[in-house]
Design a protein around this ligand. Structure first.
Ligand SMILES: *Cc1c(COP(=O)(O)O)cnc(C)c1O
Length: 385
């Protein structure tokens, strides 16, 4: 929720820009931290959701580790002060250069996604005289009931190692002197709001880890990934993700072996709601059938609607007029550059300020300069004047 004083400040700032509610980020992290501490779980923040300096600094302050999906993310995590022994690194296509950088950083674990990747990590580690800790990212064949582009745990998805490859994997690890198997990793998708998906994941974890335990292979760590969804429809009503429900479901359904450590990789659920993309109305174009509100923010600033057909709540924060229907669009020369269809907004005119809500995750971090547009700046609630 953006208060009146802040709206007055916005009027003096060039749009579009990202605005981060630092207080909300902190209260989200406080609840998250209290929940993981309650159950003795470990968390690694998924940097790809938002990697702004300020955001990383705040998150690190709550003692979270980092979940990375590229060599540069590993470097950024280390540079930002995340402890290497809390850094995990996933990704189906880790390059030699990236693997070497992560070995040099001494990260906690490579989350490995294929048999040939394990071989390459072993060989590079051997050349460098190191031993790599690895976890197997498993494809548990679960449908996360989310958009197909953010579903990662079905057997047709590119991610993870399928159960039929377990024999090859364990045979290979037996022959490799420079990798140590420390656990299993699962991440089935993103923006998961159907809690039964997490229940099912816990049951699959149990079935799948049995295969290893039956062969006397110790699984010291279970990593359940991220994926918890947030409320894009009514963000003002649900500014914080349902962490209590989520962890209580995990706690009830996951069978934990003695000494096992349980890990999570939250991204979206930590940062989505604290971010807003703030924009001005350039024109209201009135057609025969509909009215278009044309904003100065476009898909290059926040690509989620164009890429995933994602819904974002849109508010006119400077008008109190009666609600009318608008198609809200951006300026970029693509028909998919559209914020919303038939949205109810207070009567809107040129110069009004619009907040596109729940923009903190997979927003600014994906921004680009398409159409040679400037990259939007970021402002933070505790320093904006
Ligand atoms: C993206 C990603 C996450 C974070 O997912 P969210 O849905 O943002 O919580 C966690 N783990 C891995 C391996 C990822 O790729």
């Amino acid at each position: 929720m953006i208060n009146k004083d802040t709206v007055e400040v916005f009027k003096k700032v060039e749009t579009p820009f990202y605005y981060y509610d630092v207080e909300l980020l902190k209260s989200t992290l406080e609840l998250y931290k209290s929940q993981i501490d309650k159950y003795g779980y470990n968390a690694h923040y998924a940097l790809k959701a938002n990697a702004n300096d300020r955001i990383l600094e705040i998150i690190k302050g709550y003692g979270l580790g980092a979940d990375c999906v590229s060599g540069n993310e590993v470097k950024l995590a280390v540079k930002s002060g995340f402890s290497p022994d809390k850094i995990v690194y996933a990704g189906v296509g880790k390059s030699d250069k990236e693997i070497k950088a992560a070995l040099n950083a001494g990260i906690f674990s490579f989350n490995c996604e294929s048999v040939p990747e394990i071989k390459v990590i072993n060989d590079l580690a051997a050349q460098m005289g190191k031993k790599a800790r690895i976890a197997l990212r498993i494809n548990p064949d679960i449908d996360a009931h989310t958009h197909k582009y953010i579903s990662t745990g079905r057997k047709e998805d590119k991610f993870g190692i399928s159960p039929w490859a377990f024999v090859d994997v364990t045979d290979l690890i037996d022959q490799c002197g420079n990798v140590e198997l420390i656990g299993l990793h699962f991440h089935v998708g993103s923006q998961i709001t159907d809690m039964s998906v997490f229940e099912l994941t816990c049951r699959r974890v149990e079935e799948l880890q049995k295969w290893f335990i039956d062969r006397n292979i110790n699984i010291a760590n279970i990593n359940l990934g991220g994926g918890l969804g947030v409320d894009y429809i009514n963000p003002n009503e649900h500014p914080i993700a349902p962490f209590e429900d989520y962890f209580s479901i995990i706690n009830k359904n996951l069978v934990v072996r003695p000494g096992q450590r349980i890990h999570f990789e939250p991204g979206r659920a930590i940062v989505a709601q604290c971010g807003h993309l703030i924009s001005r109305v350039l024109y209201v174009k009135v057609g025969k059938q509909k009215k278009f509100a044309i904003l100065d923010a476009g898909m290059n600033d926040l690509i989620r609607p164009a890429l995933y057909q994602a819904y974002h709540d849109i508010e006119n924060i400077t008008s109190a007029g009666r609600k009318m229907r608008y198609d809200v669009v951006g300026p970029v020369c693509e028909s998919s550059d559209r914020w919303g269809h038939n949205r109810m907004l207070s009567k809107t005119q040129r110069g009004d300020i619009i907040s596109i809500n729940t923009a903190g995750a997979y927003g600014q971090v994906m921004a680009m300069k398409y159409n040679q547009r400037d990259l939007a700046k970021a402002y933070y609630s505790d320093t904006i004047k």
